[in-house]
Design a protein. Sequence first.
Length: 286
Amino acid sequence: MRTLFVVATPIGNLEDITLRALRVLREVGLIAAEDTRTTRILLRKHGITTRLISYNEHNMAVRTPKLLAVLESSDVALVSEAGTPGVSDPGHQLIVAALQAGLPVVSIPGPSAVVAALTTSGLPMREFTFIGFLPRRSGERRRALSKLAGEPRTLVCFESPHRVLRTLEDIYATLGDRRIAVCRELTKAFEEVFRGSVSEALLHFAEPRGEFTLVIDGALEGTDEADDATIIRELKRRLGDGSSARDAAAQVAAGLRVPRRRVYELSLRLRSATSPRRKARPSAGR
């Protein structure tokens, strides 16, 4: 019975590889890689000639039983394109299959975009919630974020460059103008970490490029609940900034950490008070 090694590899800078990881990659009989082109660059840099095959979301259903067969006689290393396998990357299915087959699974820890972003964000990291990639569609994304509005722990998620602005807009609409760290191209030549509010991040990243990790401040705990006057004042401000009534209510609820139902009822009261009243029509004479 041989071992499946789950090996973390660099998220950008090829020097971010542990000595243990290099030894394991040299000694195993086979490396299963999410992207063989990326892994081959790493192996070439360190003079490693171990046999390499692809293992990704497109072929893992077919490759998993084949890799289990290989594990009967040879150790296998599992690597993703970058970082730790299984963390928003392929690998979980093979790990579970190996465990179910009674095979040893050993982690070779190392680089992780989640931890790298947290440690440089300046936001609380004693406790955090990692949510991977948010849904692609805005409506689904906002619903997912709304469920996290009261989460006190720091939130971490990944995002692609062509969706990051829309995601920031949805964060602003559902969670309010919280503190955020937007980490771009971590450990690479053009690494950038923006720290500020969500609204400031939207202005900063006019033409986003590269891979993004977002670190979002959690909901505040133990604060005095805002009174109606404060909520109405914030609603007016949001509406004045151009937010829809629905978005304004969600932003205020998240920003002030008060129940959304209460804010919604106050928004209806505000709308009723500010709507022009219709004059009654004179009744027709008989």
